[in-house]
Design a protein. Structure first.
Length: 314
């Protein structure tokens, strides 16, 4: 690992924002993403390998130098299958929207942008990544299912410069930690659950089935996402039109985390963090946080249904 990689790993351990930077030769999309937020990460080019590895251990704010190579059947080319999911949640027509802020993709995106000890993790080139139910692992012959309270989440991608019109044919990649605050392919390197991608339908919508993620120390409970202009371009996070995060609603977290058997450390960690103190959401406006927070209904026993709008400024 280079001295620069070690510096960035140290900053994650200390809960600091890593330095950000892009070459001015980057295309317009990257420049726009860079200028959007101070939380944008400096991207590291991988060695071109499609091997999936465990990264830096822990959470968005904790990392180590150990790397465990994950073996499995990994496609060398990007899937080009068109997927048109059918939303299962009732979504109110979008009449107002704003551009979502660009956020850090964290140290565990598995999107080909982060390198540890010279090896890059990239799940986007694996054909199995395109799926609706992302609770099970799909690599290394593992079918382990991430347990926890079910969440069926519908995301609507819109163009804020075209009266919030729906954007169809866009690829949306989401990932989150499990109920214990660990990330597949990294802190649980042999698993690949809670990662998946879909293509928006004519309503600009995708629906994923996952779990309410746990709360780990130093971060507000959240779900990561990346939006691409098409499934074909979704080969690396460097080509994303938007990298963002969703903040879970306070009331839902309080209710879900009360079950300390299913979510053993979440209640304690959640009591020590606020949106204002979170190093990602802390400097967002009220309007941004409102859009970044899904509307959720349901119960612990029956599961939750959530909806959120993702605004792109094209």
């Amino acid at each position: 690992m280079s001295s620069n990689d070690q510096t960035i790993d140290a900053q994650y351990r200390d809960g600091q924002d890593p330095p950000h930077g892009h070459s001015l030769a980057e295309d317009r999309v990257h420049i726009e993403r860079l200028m959007g937020r101070r939380h944008a990460l400096k991207w590291f080019a991988g060695a071109g390998t499609a091997a999936l590895v465990s990264g830096c251990g822990g959470s968005d704010s904790a990392a180590s130098d150990s790397v465990a190579v994950v073996t499995g059947n990994i496609a060398a080319t990007t899937t080009t299958t068109t997927v048109t999911p059918t939303p299962t949640a009732t979504v109110t027509a979008t009449t107002a929207c704003i551009a979502d802020p660009t956020e850090t993709n964290g140290p565990y995106p598995a999107d080909g942008t982060n390198t540890s000890s010279g090896t890059t993790s990239n799940a986007l080139t694996v054909s199995g990544i395109v799926r609706t139910d992302i609770r099970s692992s799909f690599l290394n012959a593992s079918t382990t299912i991430a347990t926890g309270v079910q969440l069926k989440l519908t995301l609507t991608v819109v163009d804020v410069n075209a009266t919030c019109g729906a954007l169809s044919g866009y690829a949306v990649y989401i990932w989150c930690c499990d109920r214990s605050g660990n990330y597949s392919l990294y802190t649980v390197p042999t698993e690949s659950y809670l990662r998946g991608m879909q293509v928006t339908d004519t309503n600009g919508q995708v629906t994923f089935t996952l779990i309410v993620p746990g709360c780990y120390s130093g971060r507000w409970p959240h779900i990561h996402f990346e939006v691409f202009s098409s499934l074909t371009t979704a080969t690396s996070g460097r080509y994303a039109s938007l990298v963002g995060q969703l903040a879970l609603p306070t009331a839902i977290c309080t209710t879900v985390y009360a079950d300390t058997t299913t979510y053993p450390s979440s209640a304690r960690n959640f009591a020590q963090i606020t949106l204002a103190s979170d190093n990602v959401f802390g400097d967002n406006s009220a309007a941004q946080l409102t859009q970044q927070t899904p509307t959720m209904t349901g119960s612990v026993s029956e599961g939750y249904v959530g909806t959120a709008t993702i605004g792109l400024a094209r």
